[in-house]
Design a protein around this ligand. Structure first.
Ligand code: URA
Length: 433
């Protein structure tokens, strides 16, 4: 005989539909019953749409997060004997910050367990970028991860299937039911995975602007506040930076080219925006982990962060000195007049890189590691007629036309002295303690 279920999914859906509040026991049951297949996808779809439309209280969001954590394993790094700190970004175009950030923070003796994902759609995945390094391996066992944190100090690897399995199932459902952009669902999804990962401190890079997941800064702020509260309630020292995603980050969008740019930052160079954001997030992560006044700029400039990067790549089977893949075909777009680049919209460039093969449309698709875009100028730069503005890289030349369609109208050259796209400051606000 089947066990008697504690609640009826239809009652819970009606409660949320009519703007009521679900109890802790109801949320625990809902998440558990959905994960084991008792609550059907169509019932959970109705529930996620009711949440999308009517929201959740802070208590309900916390209960949802805790129920998703309880659906799987919770990692514990207390045996390492050093503080742990991590960063999560809501994703952006050209956002490769995790790559230089992990070794930069780890070289100060704080462990960085960075469990990452693969990309879907126009925002790239950290693992896809690192997999362009010959031999590098994303899948590690918990023991291998622990050993790397102890010996090297930091690790970027694939999140195992054991972390918050309820979120995996729910996220896939939200993706096909138009309910991804609900703040209670985004916050509980992200934070359940990060809290289950077992980090002691967490810095959230919450993007706003045309290339961000939530474009409006007020909604990004609300998401950031919700996640900071969830982290703090769960005993994780959490803060957030609200950062601008109107313009692509850095000068590369893709996979191998983003690794190349990250290595430039680790060598003390690289584009100013990537360096600025890496330094700001590193300071924040170290402070939350109890390391005050760390000279993070010096660690980029004197090679300490690079040493940790090289050790971490080797520990995962990669060769830090190996040549990165190069695409078979290039297409250069040049300026058709003298002037100033006044606009360069992040989202269309992200979509173009995806169409070139740098991203995937379905989660089982492979990515082409050498595909992507190198930007040669940024808004505000003076350009001369005939000067290269950006280069498209692809293995198949047939991909160029659709990528060029994506960026048509997304960049503009104005007369000298014209107003330049107002990206605003890169780091707009800090939300935290
Ligand atoms: N990333 C996640 O992990 N979950 C969401 O809901 C949205 C973005």
């Amino acid at each position: 005989m089947n066990a008697v279920e504690a609640f009826d999914a239809v009652d819970l859906i009606r409660t949320k539909r009519d703007r009521g509040e679900l109890s802790t026991d109801q949320i625990d049951w809902l998440v558990d019953a959905y994960t084991r297949g008792y609550v059907a996808d169509e019932q959970m779809s109705a529930m996620t749409m009711a949440i999308f439309l009517n929201g959740m209280t802070r208590r309900e969001i916390r209960d949802m997060t805790m129920a998703m954590i309880a659906s799987g394993e919770r990692m514990d790094f207390s045996g390492l004997g050093k503080p742990t700190t991590d960063k999560h970004s809501t994703g952006g175009v050209g956002d490769k910050i995790t790559l230089p950030l992990m070794p930069l923070v780890a070289c100060f003796g704080v462990a960085v367990p960075q469990l990452s994902g693969r990309g879907l759609g126009h925002t790239g995945g950290t693992l896809d970028k690192l997999e362009s390094i010959p031999g590098w391996r994303a899948e590690l066992s918990n023991d291998e991860m622990f050993a790397q944190l102890r010996d090297v100090g930091g690790v970027i690897c694939a999140a195992g299937t054991g972390l918050a399995p309820a979120d995996k199932k729910l996220y896939a459902l939200r993706d096909i039911t138009g309910t991804v952009e609900a703040i209670p669902l985004i916050a509980s999804s992200i934070m359940s995975k990060k809290i289950a990962e077992g980090t002691g401190a967490l810095v959230l890079d919450v993007k706003f602007g045309s290339g961000a997941f939530l474009q409006d800064i007020d909604r990004s702020r609300e998401l950031a506040r919700t996640m900071v509260e969830l982290g703090q309630d769960a005993g994780v020292a959490t803060s957030a930076l609200l950062t601008n995603m109107n313009v692509p980050l850095g000068l590369t969008i893709g996979n191998a080219n983003e690794v190349r740019e990250s290595v430039e930052v680790l060598a003390g160079g690289g584009p100013a925006d990537i360096r600025e954001l890496t330094i700001a997030l590193a300071r924040e992560m170290l402070e939350l982990a109890g390391v005050a006044d760390a000279d993070v700029e010096a660690a980029l400039d004197d090679g300490r962060a690079m040493d940790t990067w090289r050790a971490s790549i080797r520990a995962q089977g990669g060769d830090p000195d190996a040549a990165l893949p190069v695409a078979r075909e290039q297409h250069v777009v040049t300026a058709d007049r003298d002037g100033v680049l006044v606009r360069q919209e992040a989202l269309p460039f992200g979509i173009a890189a995806w169409r070139l093969g740098a991203g995937r449309a379905r989660k089982e698709d492979p990515v082409q590691h050498a595909a992507g875009i190198d930007l040669h100028v940024k808004p505000g730069d003076v350009v001369r007629s005939g000067q290269p503005l950006f280069t498209l890289h692809a293995d198949e030349p047939a991909r160029f036309a659709r990528a060029l369609d994506a960026v048509a109208g997304a960049w503009e050259i104005g007369d000298a002295g014209s107003a330049v796209q107002d990206g605003g400051p890169l780091i707009a606000e800090r939300i935290g303690r």
